[in-house]
Design a protein around this ligand. Structure first.
Ligand code: NDP
Length: 247
């Protein structure tokens, strides 16, 4: 159902984003993705070139907090394809610390990348989506936006912010046939979670009724659903993908 759709994924060079890029490309979409590390973006692109698809993939080196560069990327996509159908705001970072030890830089950087980045990229695509009277914006939040997590006050605040942002923008643009939703993954096995200690992983697993960690595929399926016509009447929602960790 996503064949021919023009899709921009932020943070597409590894983890959930990289899986999404491949999955959407396999589905026949024209997938554009951004990240900061060109070698990772390039090697992902190279690795996908033998896959048969009616779509296309292209990367841009771009930091989501650089509004001018994000605008340039969006302008380039619109110049190439004449439209932009879907934005997946996936780029995100963690800089964990208990609050009393958290440095201003740790707070500012996480809020900037995770929350301001969503504001910047959403604003950049919205004019085109409003003009074309069609759009799907999908923001990647986290289960910890609802649960909280000790040592992640900055990250949890950024993700809870994304969910409020999602509902507000959904109300602003619904009349233009643009939906805005969030996907809140639980514990997904990616480079972001790989760095956690075995002890934390074990305690996380004990909190998951489905008794397994999530795969990027689980998140990708939810994103593809929200991007598809099947989800045309769903907006302002948070879809939890967490194996029952939070319900
Ligand atoms: P990874 O750390 O594996 O990947 C993060 C991606 O974001 C990379 O491609 C990175 O690329 C990119 N990125 C980071 N900072 C920027 C920036 N300033 N500008 C552009 N791109 C950037 O994370 P995951 O795949 O695990 O996470 C993806 C999303 O899912 C995040 O928003 C995360 O918060 C969320 N999430 C993840 C969960 C998990 O368990 N893994 C659980 C819940 C939510 P580069 O370094 O090249 O810039």
């Amino acid at each position: 159902m996503l064949e021919g759709k023009v899709i921009l994924v932020t943070g597409g060079s590894q983890g959930i984003g990289a899986y999404l890029v491949e999955d959407l490309y396999r589905a026949g979409a024209f997938v554009y993705f951004i990240g900061r590390d060109e070698s990772k973006l390039k090697s992902l692109t190279e690795g996908l070139k033998d896959i048969k698809s009616s779509g296309n993939i292209k990367y841009f080196v771009c930091d989501v907090v650089d509004a001018l560069r994000v605008d340039e990327v969006v302008a380039e996509i619109v110049k190439e394809r004449g439209r932009i159908d879907v934005l997946v705001n996936n780029a995100g970072i963690t800089m964990d610390n208990i609050l009393l030890r958290m440095k201003d830089e740790e707070w500012d950087r996480v809020i900037n990348v995770n929350l301001k980045g969503v504001f910047i990229a959403t604003k950049a695509v919205l004019k085109t989506m409003i003009k074309q009277r069609y759009g799907r914006i999908i923001n990647i939040s986290s289960v910890v936006a609802s649960m909280g997590n000790a040592g992640q006050a900055n990250y949890c605040a950024s993700k809870a912010g994304i969910e409020g942002f999602t509902r507000s923008v959904a109300r602003e643009v619904a009349s233009r046939n643009i939906t805005v939703n969030a996907v809140a993954p639980g514990y997904i096995e990616t480079p972001m979670t790989e760095k956690l200690s075995e002890e934390i992983k074990k305690s996380m697993l004990s909190m998951i009724p489905l008794n397994r960690f999530g795969h990027s595929r689980d998140v990708s399926e939810a994103v593809k659903f929200l991007a598809s016509d099947s989800a045309a009447y769903i907006t302002g929602q948070v879809l939890h993908v967490n194996g029952g960790m939070y319900m």
